[in-house]
Design a protein around this ligand. Structure first.
Ligand code: NAD
Ligand code: DAU
Length: 338
């Protein structure tokens, strides 16, 4: 099988390519990535000489490039996106362009190339926000209620993917996944930001009261879930993917990281809250478990510890990532303390 992975130089994309080439050594992967600030080919150093792996630099918004790269492809795994909520609040336009327009351009190219499957990697954020007091979880029937420019643009892309299935018969599947963590995550996201700040002797910025809840999944579990959907999922269906955590708030996560790194609470800095900050996410992953036999296998405490260790052991990787343009973004995003 020949796969096109979009956004393969990013966090989940790179982990997915490494996972897939190990799990399916007979397959070929074309990684199509624009290499934005979040794309980093160093993430893929371990596979760059693998004969089954090819990199093509390009933009999913460019119809000519998308059509060209789609030739001979059986399966598309579409991960390319602008992915950081805070950046979408600073500037929404690139999110609409890549996540909405780029997805539509890619869908057209996939249709023309007659691909056997177009798998769209989406987020639980399209469902909006749950209350802290409640026990309900998002599932495949939850109505869309996106509340940030990022989640609105991902919701738009999900609707387009379904529209191309219903209108043109494109064989699609969609997954809506919760917060991933693990190696090679860009250190603008909470967990790698906290770990790398602490190594650098900086404080950890906590938004608002820190009592926001996310559902955390180790990135390899996400890769296995996409594999399950590609091999056993039903065309036209959506699957929700989540982890094993039960309502762990951001402060608890920071406290776990502080303890693992031998630091104390004086390293926490309460900063201005994210505008429109969603309170709580939780995922009911019963459908993918019952129908495809997938379940998360990595427990949070063990794999958070391994993740902390990974960033401690890979300072060169994240120091290069954190220099340059990232420094300007950081200065702009974290100007106000609470
Ligand atoms: P990331 O920001 O680390 O990587 C995104 C990648 O897409 C980068 O390599 C970037 O260069 C590439 N890209 C961006 N614009 C492009 C364009 N126009 N054309 C081609 N390539 C482009 O993102 P991530 O965290 O790995 O997320 C990957 C996907 O998974 C996204 O679609 C995101 O919405 C979704 N998702 C992420 C999470 C999470 O916790 N990180 C959870 C659920 C879903
Ligand atoms: O739920 C899935 C989503 O998870 C993905 O679709 C997104 O691509 C991914 O970025 C992630 O979004 P979040 O906004 O949940 O992730 P982030 O790491 O930015 O923030 C996690 C929580 O931590 C959130 O409540 C905001 C808070 N936070 C974040 C940062 C960067 C802080 O308190 N301080 C910070 O400095």
């Amino acid at each position: 099988m020949r796969l096109l992975v979009t956004g393969g130089a990013g966090f989940i994309g790179a982990n997915f390519i490494m996972y897939w080439l190990t799990a399916h050594p007979e397959d070929e992967i074309v990684n199509f990535d624009k290499l934005t600030y979040a794309g980093n080919l160093e993430n893929l150093a371990s596979v760059e000489k693998n004969p089954g792996y090819t990199f093509v630099r390009g933009d999913i918004c460019n119809a000519e490039q998308a059509t060209h790269v789609m030739k001979g492809i059986d399966t598309v795994v579409h991960l390319a996106a602008e992915s950081h909520v805070d950046r979408s609040i600073l500037e929404a336009a690139p999110f609409v362009m890549t996540n909405v327009v780029g997805t539509q351009v890619l869908l057209d190219a996939a249709l023309k190339a007659n691909v056997k499957r177009f798998h769209h990697v989406s987020t639980d954020e399209v469902f909006g926000s749950l209350t802290l007091q409640g026990t309900e979880k998002f599932n495949e029937q939850t109505l869309y209620d996106p509340r940030s420019p990022y989640s609105a643009s991902k919701a738009g892309s999900d609707h387009l993917v379904r529209a191309y299935h219903h209108t043109f018969g494109l064989p699609v599947t969609i997954t809506n996944c919760s917060n991933n963590y693990g190696p090679f995550q860009f250190p603008e996201k909470l967990i790698p930001l906290a770990i790398t700040n602490l190594i650098e002797g900086k404080k950890v910025p906590v938004y608002g009261d820190g009592l926001y809840v996310r559902d955390w999944l180790y990135v390899d579990d996400h890769c296995r879930a996409i594999d399950a959907v590609l091999s056993r999922g039903k065309v036209g269906e959506t699957y929700c993917i989540g982890g094993l955590t039960e309502d762990v708030n951001n402060l608890s996560i920071i406290r776990k990281i502080l303890a693992l790194m031998g630091k104390n609470e004086s390293e926490i800095e309460y900063v201005k809250d994210r505008p429109g900050h969603d309170r709580r996410y939780a995922i009911d992953w019963a459908k993918i478990y019952n129908e495809l036999g997938w379940k998360p296998e990595h427990d949070f405490d063990t794999w958070l510890e391994k993740t902390v260790r990974w960033y401690m052991d890979h300072e060169e990787w994240w120091k290069r990532v954190k220099s340059g343009a990232y420094a300007q973004y950081y200065a702009k995003q974290y100007t106000h303390t609470a």
